[in-house]
Design a protein around this ligand. Structure first.
Ligand code: ACO
Length: 434
């Protein structure tokens, strides 16, 4: 629709003669227009939209996605340019403050984050309360939530300085928490952060160094890791981000809110997909078995889905998947793994699926998770850490979205409505009569 013939309102009419309701149509800077339905409740009707397929829950200046064209912008910058030219902290600054930092701002921000990387020493006791074999995501949910018991002096969400220091703590400490959840699982001593290293190098150092062996970061792998972090940093109002916003809308502290985001991200339909993709590739095992799995993915009586394929918003190639595929080549070349069987299997699976009528007609393309698992596996990162790394990256977007939500003048506690389909009123029956 051109701006000349764009409608500015829509009128809702009822088939029982009730008075019609005019609803304004609002336009953002990019993307679809939205019908402002806020007045509907006063008329005693609500909208019904399970899964929020047609509902904009907020307005936001942070991230823009055009799923049809396969575009992703952070604060107006295309993801391809950011992944090519920026480091993760620069992107985090952009997400939170709205602009890329100049050289002085970048140095100051990097310095601030570096000086918050260490955890309160008592937090090591929280780690030790978990079973050794606990999933890193279970540990992350617990430890990040418990940060509110350590940093409660600066948690007033209406205080801008408190919000900022909490944001810095989260961004700085997430790599330490993620790496330590792995170390704890391995039964190895916790490795302390080294503040002269970059964000990516520092995480890899905390994952792979031991007190007996230093870790020398490989620049190609560190760059690839920065890319993974940048590509996962934000993705507008997805399930985990909406969870963070909803949790935060009650005024809950930022550590509790980010912990809720981590919990939501854990699911296999969301952040757990890269781990699930690799498990699936391992299960397929060989190119000769692809046809069998494609058949299963298409069978409505089989719960199997092609993991790393499909996306709620992208109905074209996920732009992050294309960057990740290229990064995959770079990492495998650097490590001399050109013939990596898993990568070959993934390429072949993608090729076959993209020619298959089922996937083509449903616009199911590989998403970012299809290749990120292969890259991380080649770096020596175990499957169980994939979602934890996603959480570490997405913390940057969650913080930006949470801050934006709190600063919104019209901010209200999130409270969706429902259509009740349960029993009508009935009277209590004593146990002996049931
Ligand atoms: N394999 C097989 N069929 C699929 C797949 C898949 N991966 N994804 C969707 N479909 C089919 C559905 O069965 C459905 O078919 P139908 O119309 O015949 O019933 C159709 O495509 C539409 O699927 P929906 O589930 O309605 O799509 P939705 O947008 O709700 O789901 C989702 C998106 C959850 C990502 C889905 O594609 C999926 O489960 N993918 C696999 C998991 C995955 O990779 N998740 C990562 C998401 S990206 C991220 O979080 C970073």
């Amino acid at each position: 629709m051109t701006s000349a013939n764009k409608p500015t309102k829509v009128t809702l009419t009822f088939d029982n003669g009730a008075p019609p309701i005019d609803l304004p149509i609002l336009s953002g800077t990019l993307g679809n227009d939205v019908i402002d339905i806020r007045a509907l409740g006063k008329h005693g009707v609500y909208t019904y939209d399970p899964g929020f397929l047609s509902t904009a829950s907020c307005n936001s200046n942070i991230t823009y996605i055009d799923g049809e064209k396969g575009l992703l912008y952070y604060r107006g910058y295309p993801i391809e340019q950011l992944a090519e030219h920026c480091d993760f902290l620069e992107v985090s600054y952009l997400l939170t403050y709205g602009e890329l930092p100049n050289a002085i701002e970048k140095k100051q921000f990097t310095n601030t984050i570096s000086t918050h990387t260490m955890l309160h020493d008592q937090l090591t006791n929280v780690f030790r309360g978990f079973r050794r074999d606990a999933h890193p995501m279970a540990v992350m949910v617990g430890v990040v939530g418990s940060m509110s018991a350590f940093y409660f002096n600066d948690m007033d969400v209406l205080n801008l300085e408190h919000r900022e220091v909490s944001a810095h703590r989260l961004l700085a400490k997430l790599p330490t928490i993620a790496a330590w959840s792995y170390k704890y699982n391995m039964g190895q001593p916790f490795i302390y952060p080294q503040n002269h290293l970059t964000y990516a190098e520092n995480f890899m150092h905390m994952m792979f160094a031991t007190p007996c062996e230093k870790y020398e970061p490989n620049p190609v792998l560190a760059k690839a890791f920065e890319k993974i972090l940048i590509l996962h940093a934000d993705h507008e109002q997805n399930a985990s981000t909406s969870t963070v916003r909803l949790a935060g809308s009650s005024g809950a502290n930022p550590f509790a809110c980010i912990a809720s985001g981590i919990a939501s991200l854990w699911g296999p339909a969301h952040g757990g997909a890269n781990e699930a993709t690799l498990k699936m590739l391992e299960e397929i095992g060989d190119v000769s078995r692809i046809a069998e799995y494609i058949k299963r993915a298409k069978d409505k009586n089989d719960t199997f889905r092609l993991m790393g394929f499909g996306h709620r918003v992208y109905r074209n190639m996920d732009p992050r998947a294309a960057i990740m595929q290229k990064t995959c080549y770079e990492v495998l070349n650097e490590l001399g793994l050109h013939d990596d069987p898993m990568f070959k299997l993934a390429l072949e699976l993608e090729k076959i699926a993209l020619q298959d009528e089922y996937f083509v007609s449903r616009k199911l393309y590989p998403n970012v998770d299809f290749y990120s698992g292969i890259v991380m596996r080649a770096m020596g990162i175990p499957n169980s850490m994939f979602t934890a790394i996603f959480a570490m990256a997405r913390t940057s977007g969650w913080i930006a979205q949470w801050s934006e939500m709190i600063s919104e003048p019209e901010q209200k506690i999130g409270r969706p409505r429902q259509m009740y389909t349960g029993k009508l009123r009935r009277d209590f029956v004593p146990t002996s009569n049931r």
